[in-house]
Design a protein around this ligand. Structure first.
Ligand SMILES: [Mg+2]
Length: 349
């Protein structure tokens, strides 16, 4: 038996050695070919993505649990139900104040604000190798904190806010503009999802919704070509948690998501358009973003994108309003559009 085993071990070792050598030779060949840039010319544009620290975020080590500062918190606030905390994503130009707003509340019915309680703020992103604690804040009467982040240079950052009272966590993103990088804007409901938010009766199940065929592939295509992606939705702020988990579930890239600051469920069409115009003009005029194209499904999207100065031939509309007002229609789903774009889409900066 021993000899047989030795024989097997020897032949296994030989096979492993041969395979290893073969792998080295193949790696050399493949390196040589990609190096010439000839055989892979068609996918050269894939190289325009420089990578993001947010593609692989280390786990945050939570602090120790602490006592609540107020008795009322334990009695009347956290008893309301699960946390709906969120961090409002921030987009700024280099040199602009980096103040990130967090909102903390509990319960799907009353959204009771977490008042006058402690929140720790952490950041991870471009140029960093680990999470760093950057602020300790106390929530205000509205359950909000305004965290001053020590100035960061151009890049992408994840922000986590931890409530030491129960170790509940909210997260969001901060983008410090890389000048010259192009931005593409996506509406969410009816544009990435198959249904409008208004049609979803039970908000708790929003994250179960379907994505339109090839919508996540489309958004990821822009990301790979180096574009900044911004999700702009009229969903209320407290849906941010579900929206982000839906993005994760369906394979959409994690990046800037802008929701309304309102507590009310929905806002009407006029308000929606004004809200979207305000944010897009802020991105264009205050931050200096280059908004080059946008995707939507409604007349309010068309109105907002036009008002933000995005040209008609770069406004892509799916659904009932497809092609309205001189915009580009997307029929049914994004499959054909994706493959057309895959051929021609240039680097985003
Ligand atoms: Mg929509």
């Amino acid at each position: 038996m021993k000899n047989v085993n030795n024989g097997r071990t020897a032949s296994r070792a030989l096979i492993v050695t041969v395979l290893a050598c073969l792998a080295i030779v193949l790696a050399g060949i493949s390196y040589h070919y990609t190096g010439t840039g000839m055989l892979y010319g068609a996918t050269e544009a894939e190289d325009c993505y420089a990578g993001s620290p947010l593609d692989s975020v280390p786990a945050l080590k939570l602090p120790a649990k602490e006592r609540w500062r107020n008795l009322t918190t334990a009695l009347f606030i956290v008893t309301q139900g699960p946390p709906y905390h969120m961090v409002h994503d921030l987009v700024v130009a280099p040199g602009q104040p980096q103040v990130v707003v967090g909102k903390f509340d509990y319960g799907s019915i009353f959204h009771k604000d977490l008042e006058y309680e402690k929140v720790y703020v952490y950041i991870y992103g471009t140029g960093m190798s680990a999470w760093q604690k950057v602020a300790t804040c106390i929530t205000d009467w509205d359950g909000k904190v305004y965290a001053q982040i020590p100035a960061r240079g151009p890049g992408e950052y994840m922000i986590k806010m931890v409530v030491p009272g129960d170790l509940s966590v909210a997260y969001g993103y901060m983008m410090v503009l890389d000048t010259g990088r192009n931005t593409v804007v996506f509406d969410v409901d009816g544009t990435l999802t198959t249904t409008d938010f208004e049609a979803v009766e039970d908000y708790l199940n929003v994250d179960d919704g379907d994505a339109i065929y090839y919508s996540s592939e489309l958004v990821n295509l822009y990301k790979r070509r180096g574009y900044q992606v911004v999700y702009l939705t009229a969903r209320p702020y407290w849906t941010a948690r579900m929206t982000r988990s839906w993005f994760n579930l369906k394979g959409f890239p994690n990046t800037i998501l802008h929701t309304t600051l309102n507590n009310i469920d929905t806002i009407d069409a006029n308000e929606t358009e004004e809200y979207k115009i305000d944010f897009l003009l802020h991105l264009r005029n205050d931050v200096g973003m280059n908004l080059i194209s946008a995707y939507g499904n409604s007349s309010t999207d068309i109105g907002a994108y036009k008002a933000a100065g995005i040209p008609d031939d770069s406004i892509f509309i799916i659904g009932d309003s497809a092609g309205d007002e001189g915009t580009v229609p997307i029929t049914g789903n994004y499959y054909n559009h994706y493959w057309e774009l895959e051929e021609v889409l240039e680097c985003g900066y």
